[in-house]
Design a protein around this ligand. Structure first.
Ligand SMILES: Cc1ncc(COP(=O)(O)O)c(C=O)c1O
Length: 373
């Protein structure tokens, strides 16, 4: 048995495979699936996704795209408005051996992509990003998006083939009904924009939506051609809180060791450098603490410093006993923690311990760890 030193990133193969299948099940509604790489950053998992029928991979950074291209992936959406001339040029040099789709989200950024395309003598595919309510990047759906599409068409240097959005604000939803409303608006923002652009004579064959809470719902709207789930590969405490997943579906945990026991608290060797300080994402900061212990008491980490996680017993989390909280946990015992937000946690580790269905454990590198450029 492999010696595992903590804190360690643990991934259960059985749950991973079920989650990958759940992700692909939306294909039954006729849409394609382009999973987001940012969550797992693993070439092995990306290959599993392609083998299960994914049409390509979504990335957030140029370095993630380059890693995938160097490893034989041939259909990449860069779901981020690149502005760096050298990054854009380097990626354009991969065309036509690979399909590299660039994001355009404003006229001034489009000019930078056009400049690089002219220099590299390619006519790259671009997708327009629309803002469906997250209020991050993207043009407003409808007229503003149409205007930009017309400008691109007039320029003739870029080939507009798609419109997409990311409804990250679904993370802040307070009910299933609210998630459904956001999914409807997400689909609508893309479909409305695509319709107006097509009425202007520019075909928009790709209409892509994404976000773990909404993708299964948004996929059902007629005219949507693609979904881009990321977090759904693992799920986490936040997705359970939203009702997107059950505890049993969470494939990723952080293994930690009890390093000290006090009357009113336990101390673990997993702090912010293993769990992050995230209490949620995209406006949902509702998570209690910094991760839940997978024990029958369902204790949670109340406080983190860099290397320490503290499970304090107080009014909110009453001690089940007096000494060491009566949790039955001893010094050097190990506990599995479900992180609040899996995506940034993965980026803190060099590798996963991959707990295989046959009982073995493999080391799986987090290949794109730190590839934020
Ligand atoms: C553009 C884009 N698409 C898809 C996703 C995947 O979202 P999720 O991890 O909620 O599935 C993200 C996540 O941030 C994103 O930014």
């Amino acid at each position: 048995m492999m010696a595992i030193e903590t804190p360690a990133l643990m991934l259960e193969e059985k749950k991973l495979r079920l989650n990958l299948q759940r992700m692909m099940d939306v294909a039954a509604t006729g849409v394609q699936v382009r999973p987001h790489f940012k969550t797992h950053k693993s070439l092995y998992i990306a290959k599993l996704q392609m083998n299960l029928g994914a049409c390509g991979i979504t990335v957030a950074t140029a370095s993630e795209a380059e890693l995938l291209l160097e490893n034989g992936f041939r259909d990449i959406l860069i779901a981020f408005p690149l502005t760096d001339h050298e990054k854009i040029r380097r990626l354009m040099r991969r065309i036509p051996a690979a399909r590299v789709i660039f994001t355009v989200d404003s006229e001034e950024q489009a000019a930078l992509v056009e400049r690089a395309a002219k220099q590299e003598k390619v006519t790259p595919e671009v997708w327009l990003k629309v803002n469906s309510g997250l209020n991050r990047c993207g043009t407003e759906p409808g007229k503003e998006t149409l205007l930009l599409a017309k400008k691109l068409a007039a320029g003739g240097l870029l080939r507009l083939t798609g419109v997409y959005t990311h409804a990250g604000h679904s993370y802040a939803a307070c009910s299933a009904a609210e998630i459904a409303q956001i999914a409807a608006a997400e689909a609508d923002s893309v479909l409305l924009s695509a319709r107006l652009i097509e009425e202007a004579g520019i075909p928009v064959p790709h209409r892509s939506v994404g976000s773990t809470p909404t993708f299964e719902l948004a996929a059902q709207y007629k005219g949507i051609t693609e979904v881009r789930p990321g977090n759904a590969v693992f799920f986490d405490g936040m997705q359970v809180g939203l009702g997107t997943a059950a505890w049993e579906e969470v494939a990723l945990t952080v293994l930690a060791t009890i390093v000290s026991r006090k009357k009113d608290r336990l101390i673990l060797d997993a702090g912010s450098k293993a769990l992050t300080t995230e209490k949620g994402a995209h406006g949902n900061e509702r998570m209690k603490g910094f991760g839940k212990l997978v024990t029958k008491e369902e204790l949670y980490i109340t406080r983190v410093s860099e290397e320490h996680g503290v499970v304090a017993f107080n009014q909110q989390q009453p001690s089940p006993g007096v000494e060491t909280g009566g949790t039955g946990l001893s010094l050097n015992d190990r506990v599995a923690i479900i992180p609040n937000h899996a995506c940034p946690v993965v980026n803190l580790f060099d590798h996963y311990y991959f707990m295989k269905e046959d009982g073995g454990v493999d080391i799986l590198p987090v290949d794109a760890r730190g590839m934020s450029q």
